[in-house]
Write a protein that binds this ligand. Structure first.
Ligand SMILES: *Cc1c(COP(=O)(O)O)cnc(C)c1O
Length: 390
C-alpha cells in the first residue's frame, strides 16, 4: 500500500474549508511542529455525539493532553477519562467538573487515588482484587467498574492482554467490591485503538454482554457500560464516518442488552487525531551503495520525536509535499536520531516524489493523537515535538 494524498481522498473531518492548511501555508516552523485546530476537535466531538446518542463522552486525555484541547472539550460538555493525578489536575485546571472525570487506569498509584478522592472524583476502574482494595482504602464508597479483557481485537493498535480480567474473575470482583464497601456500577472494555470498522465491535460486545448478563443474574444491579475508545482516524485506509460508526456501535449495544445500560464512551484518537498536522522537513535523501538503490528519506521527526506509533509500522501516516503532482518512487522513511530503531516505514515503503530533497517541507496528516506526549524529552539533543494551537 502506498501513502495516499489528502487531495485524492477527502477525509470526513477535513471536508470543511481548512483554516489549518491556510495557517500552515502562511507560517514557517524552525523545528517539527504539530499544528492543532481546536475547532476541528469540537466539530468531531459533535459528529461522534450525534452517533453515540445517549452515551456520554469521556475524552481519553492521554491521546492529546494539550490544555486548549481539554478546554475546548470542557466547553462542549465532555467528560474525561484520566489515567493519573497529572491528567486529573489538567482537566480540573481547564474547568472540568470532578463528577465528569473518571479514573480509568487499572494500575493506579495509591496516593493518586487519594488525591482523586479528595478533589471529588468518584468513578474508578479496576481489573484486580488488589486494585479494588487500594480504591477502598483511599477512596471509600467510590463507584467502580470492572474492566474486562478483550481477546478478539481486530484493531490496528490493540490494547488487549495488558488490561482487563476474564469474565469469571469480573463476577468475583463485583462481589468483592461490595464486600469492601465500594459501589460496583458496571463493566468496561476497550476494543483496541484504531478499530477501523464498527462491525469489528461485534465479537467483543457479544463477549462483554455475556458477563453483563451473568452479573445481573447473580444479583448485581449494573447500570454502567463503559465501551472505552477505539474510534478510528483516517490514515489512508477507508474508515466509516464517525457518526455512522458510533450509531452502529450503539445499535449493537441496544440489540445485546435488553435494558439499555447507561453508556460511557472514551474516544481518544477518533476525537482528536484529525485535528492535527505535523509540519516536518526532509533532512537527507540518500542510498546505501551504487548497487542498493533503495532510497532513504530522513525526516527531522521520527519514532522518538512524536511518531512512536510507527512501531511495527502499525499506524501509517499520510505524507504530503509540495512536489506531489510529479513522479513518485518508493522510499524507506526514517527519523533523525542515532538509533537504528528510528526507521518508520521499511517493510511497506512509502511513495514520495522522486525529486524530493533536503529542506523540503513534509506535512504529516491526522497526527493530533498520540504524538506530542510520545515525544522524548531530548534524545540526541532534539527538542520535543513543538505544539501550536489555532
Ligand atoms: C487509551 C484509552 C482510551 C482511548 O483509546 P482510543 O483508541 O484512542 O480511542 C480509552 N479508554 C481507555 C481506558 C484508554 O486507556
Amino acid at each position: 500500500m502506498t501513502m495516499q494524498h489528502q487531495g485524492a481522498f477527502a477525509p470526513f473531518s477535513s471536508a470543511m474549508p481548512s483554516s489549518l492548511d491556510a495557517f500552515i501555508a502562511s507560517h514557517t516552523f524552525d523545528r517539527p511542529t504539530v499544528v492543532l485546530d481546536t475547532s476541528r476537535v469540537r466539530a468531531q466531538y459533535h459528529r461522534l455525539k450525534a452517533g453515540l446518542g445517549r452515551a456520554h463522552i469521556h475524552y481519553a486525555v492521554k491521546a492529546n493532553p494539550e490544555p486548549k484541547v481539554i478546554a475546548a472539550l470542557v466547553a462542549e460538555g465532555s467528560g474525561f477519562d484520566a489515567a493519573s493525578r497529572g491528567e486529573i489536575e489538567l482537566c480540573l485546571a481547564q474547568g472540568a467538573h470532578p463528577s465528569l472525570i473518571s479514573f480509568g487506569n487499572t494500575v493506579k498509584r495509591a496516593s493518586d487515588i487519594a488525591y482523586a478522592h479528595s478533589v471529588g472524583v468518584r468513578l474508578f476502574a479496576a481489573d484486580s482484587a488488589a486494585e479494588l482494595q487500594k480504591i477502598a482504602d483511599h477512596a471509600p464508597h467510590a463507584q467502580v467498574y470492572i474492566r474486562l479483557l478483550v481477546d478478539v481485537s481486530e484493531a490496528d493498535w490493540p490494547l488487549s492482554r495488558k488490561f482487563g480480567c476474564d469474565g469469571p474473575m469480573a463476577l468475583e470482583l463485583l462481589t468483592f467490591a461490595r464486600v469492601l464497601g465500594l459501589e460496583p456500577v458496571g463493566l468496561s472494555f476497550h476494543v483496541g485503538s484504531q478499530t477501523r470498522r464498527a462491525e469489528m465491535w461485534a465479537a467483543p460486545l457479544e463477549a462483554i454482554s455475556k458477563t453483563w448478563h451473568a452479573a445481573q443474574a447473580q444479583g448485581h444491579n449494573l447500570s454502567l457500560l463503559n465501551i472505552g475508545g477505539g474510534f478510528p482516524a483516517f490514515y489512508g485506509e477507508a474508515i466509516e464516518a464517525p457518526t455512522a460508526y458510533a450509531a452502529n456501535v450503539m445499535a449493537q449495544i441496544d440489540t445485546l442488552f435488553e435494558t439499555p445500560p447507561r453508556v460511557m464512551a472514551e474516544p481518544g484518537r477518533g476525537l482528536v487525531a484529525e485535528s492535527g498536522v505535523i509540519v516536518a522537513e526532509v533532512l537527507l535523501v540518500s542510498q546505501k551503495s551504487a548497487q542498493d538503490t533503495a532510497r532513504w528519506v530522513y525526516l527531522d521527526i521520527g519514532r522518538f520525536s512524536g511518531l512512536a506509533e510507527t512501531e511495527g509500522e502499525a499506524i501509517r501516516y499520510q505524507l504530503e509535499t509540495a512536489k506531489d503532482g510529479g513522479a513518485l518512487g518508493p522510499c524507506i522513511l526514517a527519523g533523525p536520531s542515532c538509533d537504528s530503531a528510528d526507521v518508520m516505514y521499511e517493510k511497506r515503503p512509502v511513495m514520495l516524489p522522486l525529486n524530493l530533497v533536503a529542506g523540503d517541507r513534509v506535512l504529516i496528516r491526522n497526527t493530533g493523537a498520540y504524538t506530542t506526549t510520545y515525544s522524548s524529552v531530548g534524545f540526541n539533543g532534539f527538542p520535543p515535538l513543538a505544539v501550536c494551537v489555532i
